[in-house]
Ligand binder design. Sequence first.
Ligand SMILES: Nc1ncnc2c1ncn2[C@@H]1O[C@H](COP(=O)(O)OP(=O)(O)OP(=O)(O)O)[C@@H](O)[C@H]1O
Length: 354
Amino acid sequence: MALSRLVLTDFRNHADAVLAPGPGFVVLAGENGAGKTNVLEAVSLLAPGRGLRRAPLSDMARQGGSGGFGVAATLPDAEIGTGTEPGAPDRRIVRINGAGAPASALAERLSVLWLTPAMDRIFVEAAGERRRFLDRLTLALAPGHGTHASRYEAAMRQRNRILSDEARPDPQWLAALEARMAEHGAALDAARRDTVARLGARLADQPEGPFARAGLALDGWRGDAEALARDLAQGRPRDAAAGRTLAGPHRADLAVTHLAKDQPAGLCSTGEQKALLLGIVLAHAELVADRTGRAPILLLDEVAAHLDPLRRAALFDRLAGRGQVWMTGTEPELFEAVPGGATRYTVAGGAISQ
Ligand SMILES: Nc1ncnc2c1ncn2[C@@H]1O[C@H](COP(=O)(O)OP(=O)(O)OP(=O)(O)O)[C@@H](O)[C@H]1O
């Protein structure tokens, strides 16, 4: 799976950029603030969700531009695009082959996965970051995952509102919402467990190399739809008092262990944590490629700069021939060991040249 053409219109600091990358490595080099991460962010918006910065859409339209933005790409079998219109900076538009589509439909077209410097703290932050990471991994294996997540959350928001606002909430209304949460919540939980199990098995099979092997487990609520519906019904008074739903798959956490050291990832050094993340992402990319026949697009923001030359060469080796891999760095020299056939761009002040 690779983009053969990417067009940015008024996206961040790129007024009008057209890229025609090859199917393998795509290297973006340039000074701080040149607009390299912006290009990766644009690609990340071609998947469902808020992209790699999780920024509001209204931040993305170029200052001094039309007020809207566009990101369009050509895939082997489709033209896809997303953006906003000048008068509606918060409303996301998605098009597939020229027709309007929900953002969730993008997951059926391509998988995009990223590693950014902001993810360096994922193992010491609150569970939400790790859960989001796991959900992105899961989405690449189960495209319906995003729809289950949004339906679960929509039903939960309604239930929370009724429990907090109504003195005597209608039990039938609550039961209907809880049934919806149970259906989608159980599907969410099952898909996450499946991802953790498959990815865990793949990581366990790998030799201890330059990227640390991670052990994975899903912590938190577990059960089936029936159990979840029962737990929610019993938890009404508790949730009404708290003003939110205190138990369920929306509270799950991905527990990661450094296998060789038998240590929780949160206690590992920053470099070790980065190596764990990289190991998970690489194993996941291979798993997705084997299972779906299409390698995810990988966006590695400033990853090369944090690796010593040996690990850097090992990274390029491992990624060679595994689909489209976008990498950024301030120095072109960081990418000298990238095998031939890479598309190399220089980014400067929002202008991209080859
Ligand atoms: N909506 C916007 N309109 C115009 N420019 C923007 C917008 N949003 C961000 N920028 C600019 O984009 C630039 C940052 O780009 P980006 O994060 O891609 O840099 P980078 O090349 O990855 O840099 P670094 O190496 O420091 O990570 C900044 O100069 C910022 O001011």
